[in-house]
Design a protein around this ligand. Structure first.
Ligand code: AMP
Length: 394
């Protein structure tokens, strides 16, 4: 029998959130709606999820010993990785000690490194992917490009949101791409993946929920990335029945192999009826923020329900919707979001300001959400609201 006791008592449930960004903040809110105590962690103070959590810790989550120390102090019922940059081998150990890691420690471990998840998908499960090679030094890198043939996409194996990623179209770009990958990786210089460029018609995130009820899918989310970082997403993305069926098959296979309960963001490239697996996050996905307006239960609510061992019998879709990321550039602690009366003038329009304490370079600071009769109308409405937004950086 599933049960949740009073928050903050010996019968309550406690979640340790590893990563306190905008996605973690929404997960924290959804857990609290179900009476769960939330302890948020990140490497800097005042991170978005910390602002709504019961308590927080500031430490480098890539430091395995420190991570173990915090887990032993808090003894959480659920350890919930919300980012990739975590000492995942320690999560594997903690799971062996009996701790519950969402969705599984192995899923966090494999998806932290592009090599782990790519080899599982392509080599173990036989899922269609772009052609790929791994390279640890410049000679291997050049040989890999030679074998695959231009154009290629180059990414550090430990990276996300487009950091260190570039596309090589001509021989002159090869050296620059290597340098960029060496500078942009999460763990500093190191191994890269070289992928054949996929000339897709469109790309989707297929949010897939594994719970005690089985596996269910959200309607597909279409999105546009700029330099590997998401800017717009919408739901549903129109697909042929054959492509959708294939996409669900691929998503079921990869999430089934990772196991556990929670939501997964399965990223797929679509060309005609062909579906090519790109990668998967065993947690809510940034492009899935659109579900905060498009679904009865957002991806964050679904994640909370599933990981707590509660049923997710279906996903209820409300209306065609779109999201527009607000990326701010500058070097400041003082950002003003202005002209909001016009931004929010149209019905079925929402604004989320993440509350990040500073901007250095460029940073996603908020999102605009809109619903309408069609995806096209929702996208136009979100874009109009975005154009009206006046961001001032002090
Ligand atoms: P990733 O960080 O792997 O999700 O890549 C970010 C974005 O870069 C993707 O969403 C695609 O838009 C683009 N991209 C990544 N890999 C490829 C590829 N092999 N071919 C074409 N575009 C790609």
């Amino acid at each position: 029998m599933a049960k949740i006791g009073s928050v903050g008592t010996s019968v309550g449930r406690k979640a340790l959130l590893l990563g306190s960004g905008e996605l973690g903040k929404e997960v924290a809110i959804e857990l609290q709606r179900l009476g769960v105590e939330v302890v948020a962690c990140d490497k800097y103070a005042g991170a978005p999820a910390m602002q709504v959590a019961h308590r927080s810790y500031v430490f480098d989550m890539l430091d395995g010993e420190k991570l173990r120390e915090i887990v032993h102090i808090e003894k959480p019922d659920h350890i919930i990785p919300e980012i990739e940059a975590i000492a995942t081998p320690m999560l594997v150990e903690l799971e062996k000690e009996g701790y519950n890691v969402t969705p599984t420690a192995r899923a966090a471990f494999l998806t932290m490194n592009r090599e782990g998840i790519r080899r599982l998908a392509a080599e173990e499960l036989g899922l269609p992917t772009s052609p790929y090679r791994f390279a640890s030094n410049y000679d291997e890198f050049k040989a890999a490009i030679e074998e695959i043939g231009l154009p290629v996409v180059v990414k550090p194996v430990m990276s996300s949101s487009g950091h260190g990623q570039s596309t090589v179209r001509k021989a002159e770009d090869i050296e620059g791409a290597w340098r960029e990958a060496q500078e942009g990786g999460r763990a500093g210089a190191g191994r890269v993946i070289v992928e054949g460029f996929v000339d897709f018609d469109y790309e989707i995130t297929l949010l897939t929920v594994r719970s005690v009820s089985g596996t269910v899918f959200c309607p597909p989310i279409g999105h546009i990335q700029v330099n590997g970082d998401y800017r717009y997403s919408w739901q549903p993305q129109a697909m042929t029945p054959a492509a959708l069926a294939k996409a669900q098959e691929v998503a079921a296979a990869i999430t089934g192999a990772l196991g556990g309960y929670g939501i997964f963001g399965v990223e797929l490239f679509i060309k005609g009826d062909e579906v090519i697996f790109s990668e998967v996050s065993p947690r809510p996905h940034d492009t899935g923020m659109v579900t905060m307006i498009s679904q009865e239960l957002s991806e964050f609510a679904l994640h909370a329900r599933a990981l707590l061992g509660l049923p997710v019998p279906e996903v209820r879709f409300l209306a065609p919707s779109a999201s527009r990321a607000i990326v701010v550039e500058g070097d400041t602690k003082e950002v003003i979001f202005g002209n909001l009366e016009e931004v929010l003038a149209a019905p079925a329009t929402q604004l989320r300001i993440f509350g990040k304490p500073e901007v250095k370079g460029h940073r996603r600071m908020g999102v605009i959400l809109a619903s309408d009769e069609t995806v096209e109308a929702a996208r136009a409405k979100a874009e109009k609201a975005y154009e009206a937004l006046e961001v001032t950086v002090k």
